[in-house]
Design a protein around this ligand. Sequence first.
Ligand code: ADP
Ligand code: ASP
Ligand code: MG
Length: 816
Amino acid sequence: MKVLKFGGTSVANAQNILLVEDIIKKESLKNRIVVVVSALHGVTDQLIKAAESASQHDENYIQTIKNLEEKHLDLVKELIPILDQSSWLSFVKKRFNDLEDLCNGIFVLGEFTDRIKDKITSYGEFLSSNIIAARLQLKGLDVIWMNSAEQILTNSNYTNAKVNFEATENNLLKCLNENKNQIIIAPGFIARDEKNNSTTLGRGGSDYTASIIASAINADELQIWTDVSGMMTSDPRLVSNAKPIPEISYAEAMELSHFGAKVLYPPTIQPVMVKNIDLRIKNTFEPDAFGTLISHKLEKPNFENQQIAVGISNMSNIALLTLEGSGMIGIPGFSAKLFQCLSHEKVNVILITQSSSEHSITVAIHEKDVFNAKKAINSAFEDDLKLKRIEPVKIENHLSIIALVGENMKSRSGVSAKMFGCLGNNGINIRAIAQGSSEKNISIVISEKDIKKAVNVLHEEFFESEIKQVHLYICGTGNVGKKLIQQIYDQNEYLKQNLLINLRIAGLSNSRRMIFSDKGHSENEYKDFNQNGEDTSAEKFAQEIISRNLRNSVFVDVTASSEVPDIYEKLLKKSINIVACNKIAASSGFENYKNLKNIARNHSCKFFFETNVGAGLPIIGTINDMIRSGDKITSIQAVLSGTLNFVFNNYDGKKSFSEIVAQAQNEGYTEPDPRLDLAGTDVARKILILAREAGYPLEFNEIENESFLPQECMKGSVDDFYNSLSKHENHFKNLLEKAKNDGKILKYVAEFNNGKAKVGLQHIAPESDLFHLYGKDNIVIFKTLRYSEQPLVVKGAGAGAEVTASGVFADIVRSV
Ligand code: ADP
Ligand code: ASP
Ligand code: MG
């Protein structure tokens, strides 16, 4: 024999019940079967709601009952042939009259006890199972309805009654021996106590009914038919990449369901496990999908090739309750007393941690139990509290538990390191940890607001070694921003295949608009975001990024804005990586620069700004590598302004200086205000950043800067600037002539020597490394302890949107 259980969604309406009918027909051709059904989807909740309203003198209960009645009458009309309908319609009406009477009583008394609750909720399964049995009988199948409430005996712990297995087993065996029908249909969830009162087996308890029956009759298999294709690697409502687990052991399934995998009511496994009955989870809506087989898995022959974990489950609305005090140390029976008083108040303890000093003990419980738990502890430990042997009990709310489950975690080192590492990198703070000595399960308690992110991070780490989802928030859609976005779209397929990362542009902002999409924008969506986006500011953008709280997030600053860097600190503190081509932060006050780097380190995230100097050239990375490996930089000589190099390479007196500058701007080599380049400010910022990265705590105003621009050029708007450049053409001609007369050329050079930095125009002789530098190229010449004779030279294109974007891109990939 087999036992099949169909859940609330599977029997939600006539259409779904027809699918159930097909499955029953097919299975009953091969086996004699017991079919256990839940109430129609949502009915149990509505019954409770009606009774609760009545108990609060809220007359809406009448309408709630009416709606439920309609739902069941409609079902009868759709499933039962017209000639047989009237008796079934009166059957339903009679039950709803009874229900209304019960609720009227509650309304008058204002009292809603657990005993009445069980009486009321039992109508859900009673009705659904009767209607389905009638339908199948009338279709000519060999069906009988069996009242589980008469067969399953429990104690009187209403709403969560404990089963008397011996009596129940006897009843069921007798009933099934007496009735030889091929199909037995029974309601789930409901039972009775010795006084013949209705009891129920706990919410979700129809699974348990099926398991109790399967165990009693020693069934060949128990099948739980639901709305997903098996027990999945994570709650599919939180993790879109969750996959069904094909095979899992009883112990693993038990851990997953205990910690929140709703697909299986936790007590369900025990009765079938002791009889070694296979338990399958199947999808009513995809009956051909394999589903999950829960059984005594065979010993794993090839340990190394097995997946470490089988699944992750999560549970919300959790509170941590901590008891601490010197009076607890070394006193035997202290914990026993704590658990006894909690159990007495029916407080379910989900997780326990105790420090080895025995100074404190922490338990996780459901938030709804906090009041009772506190009351129980205060009364049980009254004397200890008075004598200050223990502190008043501490409660923290709004928490969630996540459990990583798998028998293969046993004796594998590094599993918790991996778990905590990836959570830490995403700024998720762990409030408590528990690992059973069987090592099947590592459970952690975290803030409720981090739950989705944490489960996804862990899922990716343990089950999606294929592809890591990275969420990018790009600020700036100018030249560099546009190129960057294009490069990301062009390169994404390669990154997925070769680096196993998927870059999602999850947010985009310029100075006016912002848009977000957790799954990433398509190429077209971002193109018209100026129309669709919301109003923005750096602050708003940051707030939204933080509230979305997505894993593996990177904020990318491709602006030259002085406001955007103000949000870095806030983002880094949430462990969001930052990649900036904006050099304002790294060249701001030394304290701020250092502070941002420290925050990034303390929050396990990255603050990268390789493109601050030399666009895509590997300059900062090279310094970092040298310093990390123990080298020391003694001097730097560099041409760092692509703009100035372009200008002085092209200025030969034929075209005016102002025309050359305009050309550089048109070709995208200058900052939006070219004076930042020409006055040497930009170069000074760059040498400052290099010196700092080399380990010298320099400030901007310590850099010597002899400007070659006449003072007047610095005033007014960018247009005024171009006018005054034209006016001073002779000044620039003179600079050029002087160098030419010496047989040299003009270069704007940055130098760092003996802890001091300076920038300025120099005459460069043909034998210098700086001489042969063309177009917009940059060069950096490092002398270090190791490169003392021949310097280390980095040279190449040091400006331009394309190479800058590629440098930003490289930083993004490095940061995750
Ligand atoms: P039924 O009404 O059939 O008893 P439930 O709603 O009780 O169904 O359980 C199925 C639901 O459990 C799924 O729709 C899914 O959203 C949820 N669920 C949570 N965690 C898991 C998991 N690890 N695997 C599968 N489903 C899960
Ligand atoms: N109908 C009950 C509930 O909603 C039992 C079940 O569906 O398993 O909790
Ligand atoms: Mg269920």
